[in-house]
Design a protein. Structure first.
Length: 94
């Protein structure tokens, strides 16, 4: 079983991941940024713009991701990675 994931806390860590990480668009409103960490631990972070929804909804999204990340069994190929979940406002239908 993998090590427990640690949360990212510093804005400099989030900036580094945003600049260097591989980005994967999971849906219109969710992007996953991932890059190898320098040590043997997994790290995760969650960001949500104020444009996403009310603060209650943003905090529910963050709690949901934290819960999923903590309970997840990490596949072997994703050990020693940093993950940042970026929630974006959903595109308006034209």
């Amino acid at each position: 079983m993998a090590n427990k994931p640690y949360p990212l806390k510093r804005s400099s860590s989030f900036r580094e991941v945003a600049l260097k990480a591989r980005k994967k668009r999971l849906s219109v409103w969710l992007t996953l940024q991932m890059m190898p960490s320098g040590d043997s631990n997994n790290y995760y972070g969650v960001t949500a713009s104020r444009k996403v929804a009310s603060s209650v909804t943003r905090n529910k999204l963050k709690r949901w991701v934290r819960n999923c990340v903590r309970n997840e069994v990490w596949p072997e190929k994703y050990k020693e990675y940093i993950f940042v979940f970026v929630f974006k406002p959903q595109a308006e239908a034209v």
